[in-house]
Ligand binder design. Structure first.
Ligand SMILES: [Zn+2]
Ligand SMILES: [Zn+2]
Length: 144
């Protein structure tokens, strides 16, 4: 951890900066339809995808120049994960999801996350009370 991790975090930021203009952020939470504190959730962690992809291709993304040189290529090869596998969630439901699946959920949990999201939405619409673990809301400073 440490320096290398920080640099990789910067690499993801470059990808997000480039890709976010095309994100479709809805005006309400997919689950509860609230219109405040909305955030985007990727069921495939862009951080994990980017790091695995760079390792596979032997790309050095630890410098600004390194990531900027391959950023478009990464986005082009991951359009589905970046633009389609994305949900608009309120902060409360976003935090809850990451409380269950972790800060950067592994890609193999993507379908489980989708199922969980669909279930919460259904519960909300049928009026069945969903209890939230309030105690775990604060520790998540950063989501992926
Ligand atoms: Zn919500
Ligand atoms: Zn998220």
């Amino acid at each position: 951890m440490g320096k290398n991790t920080d640099n990789k975090r910067i690499a993801v930021k470059h990808v997000r900066d480039k890709a976010k203009s095309a994100y479709v952020k809805l005006d309400n939470c997919y689950i509860c339809h609230t219109q405040v504190d909305l955030e985007l959730h990727h069921t495939h962690s862009i951080t994990l995808l980017l790091n695995a992809w760079a390792d596979r291709k032997n790309y050095d993304i630890t410098t600004d120049a390194g990531i900027l040189a391959v950023r478009d290529e990464f986005i082009e090869e991951h359009r589905r994960e970046i633009y389609d596998c994305v949900y608009t969630l309120c902060n409360r439901h976003h935090v809850q999801l990451h409380g269950i699946y972790g800060k950067a959920p592994p890609s193999h949990t993507a379908s489980k996350q989708e199922l969980w999201i669909a279930k919460q939405r259904q519960k909300f619409e049928t009026g069945v009370e969903v209890s939230l673990p309030h105690a775990s809301i604060s520790p998540f400073a950063k989501f992926y």
